[in-house]
Design a protein around this ligand. Structure first.
Ligand code: CP
Length: 320
């Protein structure tokens, strides 16, 4: 592929290839000096039309650690505010000869729209309710490292039961993770109030739950998601207190799972709503900060691999 739009367009071997490529960057990022000149001379534009802390910063850090020139376009300060269309913005970015464009946008499909208009690789940093592929890849890498640290088999997730609980309806993270975890062999249980569960999601192979305690039984991983109130219109929105009562991950509720069940959250977290602080901060069980660490490595791998063609390097995204 030239672009990284979604896990849905990737084969299992391509997912594993990116995870394997990221390992060298995990190691580099743990060194005192974290810089190489691999992408020296290349220009990467991060065009974010929606708020972000983790994804924007980690793409910026990833590009800079690889030696590229990185420019961030914040929609709030751009000519989008003066009525410029997404397509005209894409044509403008293309005319600046970027070597890769990273896009976050509130509309599903916006990243593909831009990819169709530009000459360089486009990386999806989250498009509406559609996909957030680098999040799913970093989550898989965080799981791989957590299992490896325990001395367990970590290259494949066959037999693993992962519960994703929260606002599944609006979640691009849930969608990308469902596709990625299943491709790696895991069983995925999706849990949400009925109003926040997409109809027909069973067709994608997910097990659907509305009772969180039942979903947690025997689970190896509990991935918690926040309520995306900014995307809700017309749905019943439970109060934070009601939601916490039924779907919040408390220490008591986590006891329904296994004694070593791992806890994940893509962030941003709403402590006391979908997850209690004493669970989010559990040593050896919560891998939330490790997810953030792996985010930089995965984005370095994605930027390296997708710019290989431009650099004349063999491999996926290269000349082969
Ligand atoms: N997980 C994630 O995408 O976080 P940000 O919105 O802060 O980038």
């Amino acid at each position: 592929h030239r672009d990284l739009i979604g896990i849905g367009q990737m084969e299992r071997h391509e997912i594993l290839f990116l995870l394997d490529e990221a390992e060298q960057w995990v190691a580099l990022n743990r060194e005192p000096t974290k810089h190489i000149d691999l992408l020296s001379g290349l220009t990467i534009i991060n065009a974010f039309f929606e708020n972000s802390t983790r994804t924007l910063l980690s793409f910026e850090i990833a590009g800079k650690r690889l030696g590229a020139d990185v420019v961030n376009m914040h929609a709030a300060q751009s000519s989008v505010k003066k009525g410029e269309t997404l397509i005209d913005t894409a044509i403008t970015l293309n005319a600046m000869h970027a070597d890769a464009i990273v896009i976050r946008h509130a509309s599903s499909g916006a990243t593909q729209l831009i990819a169709d208009k530009v000459d360089c690789p486009v990386l999806n940093a989250g498009d509406g309710q559609h996909e957030h592929p680098t999040q799913a890849l970093l989550d898989a890498l965080a799981l791989r490292h957590a299992f490896r640290d325990r001395g367990e088999q970590a290259e494949d997730f066959t037999g693993l039961v992962v519960v994703i609980c929260g606002d599944i309806l609006h979640s691009r993270v849930a969608r990308s993770n469902l596709l990625c975890l299943q491709a790696l062999g895991a069983t995925v249980r999706l849990c949400a109030p009925p109003a926040l569960m997409p109809t027909g999601i069973e067709a994608m192979g997910a097990e659907v739950f509305h009772d969180f305690d039942a979903a947690l039984r025997g689970a190896d991983v509990a991935m918690m998601l926040r309520l995306q109130t900014e995307r809700m219109s017309g749905q019943f929105i439970p109060s934070a207190r009601e939601y916490h009562h039924l779907y919040g991950l408390t220490k008591k509720r986590l006891a329904h799972a296994k004694p070593d069940t791992l806890v994940m959250h893509p962030g941003p977290m709403n402590r006391g709503v979908e997850i209690d602080s004493e669970v989010a901060d559990l040593i050896d069980r919560s891998i939330i900060t490790r997810q953030v660490e792996m985010g930089v490595a995965i984005r370095m791998a994605a930027l390296d691999v997708l710019t290989r063609r431009a650099r004349g390097v063999e491999g996926w995204g290269g000349t082969a």
